[in-house]
Design a protein around this ligand. Structure first.
Ligand SMILES: Nc1ncnc2c1ncn2[C@@H]1O[C@H](COP(=O)(O)OS(=O)(=O)O)[C@@H](OP(=O)(O)O)[C@H]1O
Length: 224
């Protein structure tokens, strides 16, 4: 059971005030909250643990190189004048020194972020969902989520079809409707073409962190 959520990472008083505005979780209900930045926020594990040690945590991860490019694509869509991905990647392009302070790069060092969580939560309380498998086998991945949450497997293959144009699975029927439902326009956007040498340098950079992450989670995500 996931307890009532922390609506943000504010101080306790404002957190409680916000919680009081939220509906109560009734028996048989699970309250969920999605805030991607929690995984990389230093204070989040301690605060969530202080609120409820039993909180189940779900983290969706994908190849950190693709993640960085996707992150950049998102920023570019809002600020078209930013420097190129290639120039932001390096502190010094000649020496090949990666700028690990750039958030697009930093967020993908999953092993480092996970270490913070493991100070407060056992690994069995965290489910790692593969972003790649959410596309190639959504029902399988959601099967794992349902098991982790102790739910009956209600969502299965029957609920999805693959939309080739979008390159994503879509729901055959949206909740409360008889019409199909696909993810929005910002999902599956084309990414800019990145210099392959830079991509390779990033692959080399992430490899040891990925290996450590596989070891910590006991799961090979196949990013190499
Ligand atoms: N359900 C599901 N399955 C697989 N992949 C998914 C899913 N939802 C979001 N995404 C991909 O995650 C990338 C970031 O999406 P966000 O949901 O954060 O969207 S947004 O950037 O806030 O608009 C973005 O990646 P790219 O499209 O490759 O850039 C989304 O397409």
């Amino acid at each position: 059971m996931i307890p009532r959520p922390i609506p943000g990472l504010q101080d306790c008083a404002s957190r409680r005030a916000k919680q009081d505005l939220m509906p109560r979780t009734l028996d048989g209900q699970i309250t969920m909250e999605k805030t991607p930045s929690y995984f990389v926020t230093k204070e989040a594990p301690a605060r969530i643990s202080a609120m409820s040690k039993g909180t189940k945590l779900i983290v969706v991860v994908r190849d950190p190189v693709t993640r960085a490019i996707s992150d950049y694509t998102q920023t570019l869509s809002k600020k078209p004048d930013i420097p190129t991905f290639e120039s932001l990647t390096f502190k010094n392009r000649t020496t090949g020194l990666i700028d690990t302070s750039w958030s697009a790069i930093q967020i993908g060092i999953y092993a480092k972020h996970l270490e913070n969580w493991l100070l407060y939560f056992p690994i069995g309380q965290i489910l790692f969902v593969s972003g790649e498998r959410l596309i190639s086998d959504p029902a399988g991945e959601l099967g794992r989520v349902q098991d982790f949450l102790g739910l009956k497997r209600i969502i299965t293959d029957k609920h999805f079809y693959f939309n080739k144009t979008k390159g994503f699975p879509c729901l055959k029927k949206a909740e409360g409707s008889s019409k199909p439902h696909c993810l929005g326009k910002t999902k599956g956007r084309p990414h800019p073409e990145i210099d392959q040498e830079v991509v390779q340098r990033l692959r080399d950079f992430y490899r040891p962190f990925n290996m450590k992450f596989y070891q910590m989670t006991g799961h090979d995500f196949g990013w190499d």
